[in-house]
Design a protein around this ligand. Structure first.
Ligand code: GCB
Length: 597
């Protein structure tokens, strides 16, 4: 789906700002009976400053008015949402014009002409809903609790370790575009072996038949590099999109009907290769080493709502500490973040919100690999397929994206896991025009002995907590467990790279000890030191992504102290002691050829 930009044929207006807001029942043809307002975009939870409202589950409403802009007969009016978490129904003057399931991808609704032909002002209402259950992604445990007054209250117990923030999380735009318009652009870049010639192919999907398409490639100096013929062009000696040294070309597209340019659009792209070969992860034909983080979209006040200043600061901190990559754990991040990563040359592993695919995950910290019947009770097939389709549609042209994640920590050791995941791994491969590698992020009870899915994926991604959830506080035992397990994976799949996608220890800044006592800053330093010594001994281990970049908000749990504190940075982005150690290590590890075979 195209990002909303203004061009000579398109106008984009902002519907961000203050909306009327109400939790609970409402009929969209009425005016919203409320004095409450809400900022768009943001999560509603923290800004309402009310404990009950913060935890509210169910329908909640947004409403505002806007003036109908002047449109010609050949134009249409569209409202586009960057994301509404988790479900949305959109109404104009009380009439339903669109609906979307899934809280992390954009959607748009064309406003029917009949609704504005006689109106100068329109009322837009959004019915959002934050219920999660065994058919949604992420997966939640949905219950209704009887209250003292006999009424039922909806409750979602997260089947995952982050707060179920909700709201209109990303920008809302009003777009005037031609009725005959560009719907999608697919760009592929094929490099020769020496990376000196790039064949560019671009396919344009239009809303209805047109006569011709004109496409030109423009470089960062705004010079025309090539014109495409039949959707193809060759660039000699291209500037590659390199890790932390990004270079973006711009594809300028014009579609022509009856001799007129009816729509135009600019799509940025990068020229680079990604490949998995012989246990290595190659970018631009060189063995790449991932240094970085699992993250969250999580800041004070905004919750999971778009915070572009925080995004920029996070990527600047990431570069400052010597890192080069992050994973969009545990859902697709904003389009603004993806565009920023493209520009900064930061490598991204792109994940759908397939988290919590584990029956009764919250029930205990019992890490025995019993079969809890997960694959008999999950009803997530439809949501999972939609999530993958929408993610690839949105992110396919981003050079920063080098790999797709099919799920985070599912019950991949349970009977039925292989059958569940096989079609989704295939789906990614079918849909992705760039044929990027696909991975599944495996949890610590799915071991080389009992895992049922890693044969399906290109990269073995592991979340491991030796010395934390396993042998808590005992780093010597943890080291042994970690080393033994990594060696087994290496032996089992010698052709597949191994990536540590999570490892970490909760650490409260300011807590110190002479010894390596869990939760202290010293323990965090020793914990990582132990891991890094082992990582360096495993030939196929192609990277380390720490859990987590920063502390983040979670649901209430006995193991959480106002959130998860595994961050290298606190929630307000102050460094913990370990940051200096990471900076030393990571500035000494090159992006390429760290482990040559
Ligand atoms: C995990 C999950 C992540 C949690 C983390 C933890 O394995 O993928 O969402 O936050 O562990 O800290 O327990």
């Amino acid at each position: 789906m195209l990002y909303p930009i203004g061009t000579k044929t398109r106008t984009v207006m902002d519907l961000n700002g203050l909306w009327n807001f109400k939790l609970g029942e409402h009929h969209p043809s009425d005016l919203l009976s409320t004095k409450e307002v809400m900022v768009v975009p943001t999560s509603f939870n923290d800004v309402v400053v009310d404990k009950e409202k913060r935890q509210y589950i169910g329908d909640f409403w947004y409403e505002r008015f806007f003036e109908v802009p002047t449109l010609s007969d050949t134009e249409e009016l569209v409202v586009r949402f960057g994301s509404v978490t988790h479900h949305a129904k959109v109404y104009i003057n009380g009439e339903l014009i669109g609906e979307h399931k899934g809280g992390f991808t954009p959607f748009e609704c064309v406003i029917p002409e009949s609704l504005y032909s006689d109106e100068t002002n329109l009322k837009i209402s959004v019915c959002a809903n934050n219920e999660l259950n065994y058919s949604t992604l992420p997966v939640g445990n949905y219950i209704e609790e009887e209250q003292e007054d006999g009424t039922n209250k909806k409750v979602v117990k997260e089947n995952f370790d982050f707060f179920n923030y909700a709201g209109i999380h990303r920008p809302v735009k009003l777009i005037i575009r031609p009725k005959i318009h560009i719907e999608d652009i697919v760009i592929t870049t094929e490099l020769n072996d020496t990376l000196t010639t790039a064949d560019i192919k671009a396919t344009v999907v239009t809303s209805s038949p047109i006569d011709a398409i004109e496409m030109t490639i423009i470089d960062e100096d705004r010079q025309v590099v090539e014109r495409l013929t039949d959707g193809q062009a060759t660039i000699h000696n291209p500037r590659l999109w390199e890790v932390l040294d990004a270079y973006l070309y711009n594809l300028h597209v014009e579609i022509i009907k009856d001799g007129q340019v009816v729509d135009s659009y600019d799509e940025k792209f990068g020229i680079r290769t990604v490949k998995v070969e012989n246990g290595q992860f190659l970018i631009n034909n060189k063995p790449f080493y991932f240094k970085g983080f699992g993250k969250h979209e999580d800041t004070f006040i905004n919750g999971r709502g778009l915070n572009e200043a925080a995004n920029l600061m996070d990527l600047n901190l990431l570069k400052e500490i010597g890192a080069n990559s992050f994973r969009t754990s545990h859902y697709p991040y904003s389009e603004e973040m993806m565009r920023l990563a493209d520009r900064m040359g930061v490598v991204v592993i792109d994940e759908v919100a397939a988290v919590g695919l584990f029956q009764n995950f919250n029930a205990s910290l019992d890490l025995k690999p019993t079969d809890r019947g997960t694959w008999q009770v999950m009803e997530t097939h439809e949501a999972h397929e939609q999530a993958i389709r929408e993610l690839v549609k949105r992110d396919k042209n981003h050079p920063c994206v080098v790999m797709w994640v099919v799920a985070n920590e599912p019950a991949s050791h349970e009977e039925g896991a292989h059958e569940y995941f096989e079609p989704f791994v295939k789906l990614y491969k079918e849909l992705d025009p760039q044929d990027r590698p696909v991975t599944l992020v495996n949890m610590l009870i799915s071991t080389p002995e009992n895992d049922k899915v890693m044969d399906l994926v290109d990269v073995i991604s592991l979340n491991r907590y030796y010395g934390w959830y396993v042998d808590h506080g005992d780093l010597a035992k943890g080291a042994k467990g970690l080393k033994d397990e990594l060696e087994k994976w290496q032996e089992l799949y010698p052709e597949k790279p191994i990536l540590m996608t999570e490892y970490g220890a909760d650490t409260l800044p300011g807590l110190h000890s002479m010894w390596d006592i869990p939760y202290t800053e010293e323990f965090q330093v020793d914990y990582y030191d132990m891991h890094h010594r082992i990582f360096d001994e495993i030939p196929n281990l192609v990277g380390e992504q720490v859990w987590n970049f920063a502390d983040f908000e979670t649901n209430l749990m006995i193991i959480r102290v106002q959130g998860n504190h595994k961050g290298l940075f606190s929630r307000n982005r102050q460094p913990k002691q370990v940051v200096r150690e990471f900076k030393k290590r990571w500035t000494n590890i090159p992006n390429y050829n760290y482990k040559t075979k």
